[in-house]
Ligand binder design. Structure first.
Ligand SMILES: [Zn+2]
Length: 417
C-alpha cells in the first residue's frame, strides 16, 4: 500500500474517505488493489458485434469515426474557458449517480449515458455532431421518400443572402434575415406562387460565416420540394424580387442584395445538400466557407488551438448572437412529409433529439462509479479512448483502460508533475 503524504491534496477520485479509484469502499484506501476482472467482462478477442472491422473499408470507416470524435472531444474541452453559457461550459459533466457506457448494436458505436449534454447545435462540437447526424438522417429520408413518390418532381437547394459589411451587428442581421424569410413565405402572393410552382414543402437552415474584411455573413439554405421543376425555375425571378422586397422591409435598403446574387437555386442532385445545410461535421472542423471567410467551426478550431484574442472576440459574439436561435425549421407540409417518410418527428427540438434514446442503443456495456468517472474526466483524451475501447474490445477493454488510468492517476498523485 502506498501512503499518501499528509500535505498532498486528495486524489481526484476521493470525495469521501476510503473510496478506491474503482469506487469500492473499505477501511483502507485500496486504490492500488484492483479487483480481478470478472469472467463476464474479461478482455475478449472477439470484437463487439457490429464493430468487427472485417474489411479494410469497415476498418477505415471506424478509424475515421474515432478520429472525428477525438477531435470533437478535444475541441469541446479546449473551448470550455471561452464558453459564454454555463450550460455549454458544463457539457459532459456527470448528472446521474452513475455514468453508463451504452452499446449501439446496429452501428457498433458506444456513447455515455448520465452526462449533461448542453444541446447547443451552434457552439458545442460534441452535441452539434449528434444533433446534425440525426437531422441529416431525417432529411435524407424525406428526400428519398419524396423522390420515390414524385419521380417527375425535384428538390432544389435555394440560397438566400443579404448585403453585409464590416461593423454589422450579427444578432441584428441574423434576426433581420429570419424576419425577411418569414415575410417572404407569408400572405396570398406566396400561396399563389406555391400553387403555380407546385411546391410541396420546404426545410430552412440558417447559417453564418465570418471574414475580417466583410464581417458577418448570415444566410439561409432552403430545400424546396416541387412537383413542377420547370415552373419553379421559370418563377424564380418572382421569388428573387420578393426576397429583395422583404429584406428591404426587415433590414433596410443597405442590406438589399442584387437580384440573382441574393437568391440562387440549384437542383440538389446528390447528397451534397446535407453539407450545404451545415449538417456535416465529419471532420470535426465543419465545412469550409468561401472567399476567405471562416465557418463557425473553423473559428472554434482556431480559438481552441491558438486562442488569439481577435478570434476569441469573434467566437464570443457568435455565441451570444446564436443563443436561442433555431438552426433548422420545417414547413408544416415538410413535417407531414417527414412523418410519411417514417423519419423521426421533425417537431422535436435539438434538446429532445439529444435526450431521446438511440433506436439501436440496446444495452449498457459498462457502468462507471462516480470515483471512476472522476479519474476518466481528469485525464484529457480518456473519455474518448474509453469509448473506443468499448467499441473495439468490449467491457474487458474498458476495464483494461480504467486500470491503466488508475495507475497513471496514482503515479501523478505520488509524483506530481
Ligand atoms: Zn454539448
Amino acid at each position: 500500500m502506498i501512503r499518501r503524504p499528509s500535505t498532498a491534496p486528495p486524489p481526484p477520485w476521493e470525495e469521501t474517505n476510503n473510496v478506491s479509484p474503482t469506487g469500492r469502499r473499505g477501511t483502507e484506501p485500496k486504490w492500488l488493489v484492483l479487483s480481478p476482472t470478472p469472467a463476464s467482462s474479461a478482455p475478449s478477442l472477439e470484437l463487439a458485434s457490429g464493430c468487427s472491422p472485417t474489411s479494410k473499408k469497415k476498418r477505415g470507416a471506424h478509424e475515421l469515426r474515432h478520429r472525428g470524435r477525438r477531435r470533437r472531444y478535444r475541441m469541446r474541452r479546449a473551448l470550455k474557458p471561452y464558453a459564454v453559457r454555463a450550460r455549454v461550459a458544463g457539457c459532459g459533466r456527470r448528472i446521474a449517480s452513475q455514468v453508463e457506457i451504452m452499446k449501439h448494436a446496429a452501428s457498433g458505436s458506444a456513447s455515455y449515458r448520465g452526462l449533461l449534454m448542453c444541446g447547443s447545435v451552434w457552439t458545442c462540437p460534441v452535441c452539434a455532431a449528434r444533433i446534425c447526424a440525426k437531422r441529416a438522417r431525417q432529411i435524407t429520408d424525406v428526400v428519398r421518400h419524396y423522390r420515390a413518390k414524385e419521380p417527375e418532381g425535384a428538390v432544389y437547394l435555394l440560397t438566400l443572402t443579404v448585403r453585409h459589411g464590416l461593423g454589422d451587428e450579427l444578432r441584428a442581421v441574423f434576426e433581420g434575415v429570419a424576419k425577411a424569410w418569414q415575410k417572404t413565405c407569408a400572405g396570398a402572393p406566396w400561396l399563389r406562387w406555391r400553387v403555380k410552382c407546385s411546391v410541396d414543402g420546404y426545410i430552412r437552415a440558417a447559417e453564418v460565416t465570418h471574414g475580417f474584411e466583410n464581417g458577418w455573413h448570415p444566410h439561409l439554405h432552403i430545400l424546396v420540394f416541387t412537383r413542377d421543376p420547370l415552373a419553379f425555375e421559370e418563377e424564380l425571378g418572382w421569388l428573387a424580387e420578393r426576397w429583395q422586397k422583404c429584406v428591404r422591409r426587415s433590414l433596410g435598403e443597405r442590406h438589399v442584395p442584387e437580384l440573382f446574387l441574393g437568391c440562387d437555386a440549384r437542383e440538389a442532385r446528390d447528397g451534397n445538400y446535407i453539407a450545404k445545410l451545415g449538417l456535416e461535421l465529419g471532420s470535426g472542423d465543419g465545412k469550409a466557407a468561401k472567399n476567405g471567410n471562416r465557418s463557425p467551426w473553423q473559428i472554434a478550431h482556431d480559438v481552441a488551438t491558438q486562442g488569439e484574442s481577435r478570434d476569441v472576440a469573434v467566437w464570443s459574439a457568435y455565441q451570444r448572437a446564436t443563443k436561442g436561435r433555431k438552426q433548422l425549421t420545417w414547413s408544416k407540409d415538410a413535417r407531414q412529409m417527414a412523418r410519411l417518410a417514417g423519419a423521426v418527428d421533425a417537431d422535436r427540438t435539438d434538446e429532445e433529439l439529444l435526450d431521446e434514446p438511440d433506436e439501436d442503443a440496446d444495452r449498457v456495456l459498462y457502468t462507471l462509479t462516480p470515483a471512476e468517472w472522476r479519474i476518466v474526466q481528469a485525464e484529457p483524451g480518456l473519455p474518448c479512448r474509453l469509448l473506443e475501447a468499448a467499441e473495439r474490445r468490449g467491457p474487458g477493454g474498458v476495464e483494461q483502460e480504467l486500470r491503466a488510468a488508475v495507475l497513471r492517476a496514482a503515479r501523478r498523485w505520488v509524483h506530481p508533475p
